[in-house]
Design a protein around this ligand. Structure first.
Ligand SMILES: Nc1nc2c(ncn2[C@@H]2O[C@H](COP(=O)(O)OP(=O)(O)OP(=O)(O)O)[C@@H](O)[C@H]2O)c(=O)[nH]1
Ligand SMILES: [Zn+2]
Length: 300
């Protein structure tokens, strides 16, 4: 029976199938799946099942530091990067999410929430201007007033919501998916936390049908304060900055590190404004982190 993984709980998985939801275990010992994975399962009665086959993935979003890696979601078309007019957001985290997306052929969409807070709107727009200039779509919403415009934009997409804590990701999820509201409330009540917190990723069908690949779906993920990219190779990192792409291979030295080398095409582009200084800073920061992770764990 074919299905889609809608939640991953470490050892077991919830799979949406034409026959309903099944709690499934992998056949082998060491296998890991992610929300959005398409699988073949064998139902075993009692609402349980065994995952027999993982169908080929279109892509896989994951994060890593020097010692751990974590699968986040598979088979995505878009990543919705949620930022807000307030509190302040990290544009470095936006670049990180874009790198993760570009390196896996996933389209980033930046969602600027709390657009109703008018006095902060211009500053947030200015902070996003370098991304907009690169052609990344920025959608302004107010989750408090519903999110109809965004809902229309999401039709048919296979997307994941990511963002820092406080950006209004939960409010946005609840506006987009009423079903998610109930789910977070149940969890909050069970944990007696009294707070809506997303603790694991969950996939929701966007049109109220069962999740499958023919229709749109949205994955709500826990806040990503850190989005480690230790698994990326240095070349993949540079390729994931789309404004660098036409320049790569144009430096005088083939092994140019784009630090201070003469004839560096990236530094020339930085000097004459074709590369935004913030973006180059983000590139340097992420590259240093990757180098540090590889130093701590040469196995990477
Ligand atoms: N003015 C305004 N406030 C909003 C909007 N969306 C969310 N908020 C408020 O922002 C605060 C944070 O919202 P949450 O949805 O809890 O934020 P979150 O990003 O899910 O944060 P975590 O649960 O910590 O991950 C809450 O007080 C919301 O009421 C909006 O569109 N406009
Ligand atoms: Zn160079």
């Amino acid at each position: 029976m074919e299905g889609v993984i809608v939640a991953a709980f470490g050892r077991h998985y919830e799979v949406a199938t034409p026959a309903g939801r099944l709690q499934c275990y992998p056949r082998g010992k060491k296998s890991s799946f992610a929300c959005g994975d398409r699988v073949a399962v064998v139902p075993g009665g009692d609402g349980q099942g065994v995952i027999e086959t993982l169908h080929p993935r279109r892509n896989l979003l994951w994060r890593s530091d020097a010692f751990r890696e974590k699968l986040i979601a598979a088979n995505l078309s878009h990543i919705l990067i949620v930022v807000a007019t307030e509190p302040g957001f990290s544009d470095l985290l936006v670049s990180r999410c874009i790198v993760a997306a570009e390196s896996q052929d996933i389209t980033p969409l930046i969602v600027l929430n709390k657009a109703d807070l008018g006095e902060r709107l211009e500053a947030a727009r200015a902070q996003l201007a370098p991304f907009r200039a690169l052609g990344y779509e920025v959608i302004e919403v107010s989750a408090l007033n519903g999110a109809e415009g965004l809902m229309k934009r999401l039709a048919g997409l296979h997307a994941i919501l990511v963002g820092q804590s406080g950006m209004g990701k939960s409010t946005l999820t609840n506006a987009l998916i009423p079903e998610a509201n109930a789910a977070t409330r149940e969890i909050s009540e069970a944990l007696d936390s009294g707070k809506h917190t997303t603790t694991f990723a969950r996939l929701y069908a966007l049109d109220g049908t069962a999740p499958d690949n023919a229709h749109g779906w949205l994955i709500d993920s826990p806040g990503l304060q850190v989005f480690g990219l230790a698994h990326l190779a240095a070349d993949d990192l540079a390729e994931s900055f789309i404004e660098f792409r036409p320049l790569l291979g144009q430096c005088r030295f083939r092994d140019c590190r784009h630090e201070a080398e003469p004839g560096c095409a990236l530094l020339a582009a930085l000097a004459d404004g074709r590369i935004h200084p913030r973006r180059f800073e983000h590139y340097r920061t992420i590259r240093a982190e990757i180098a540090e992770a590889k130093r701590l764990n040469p196995g990477w």
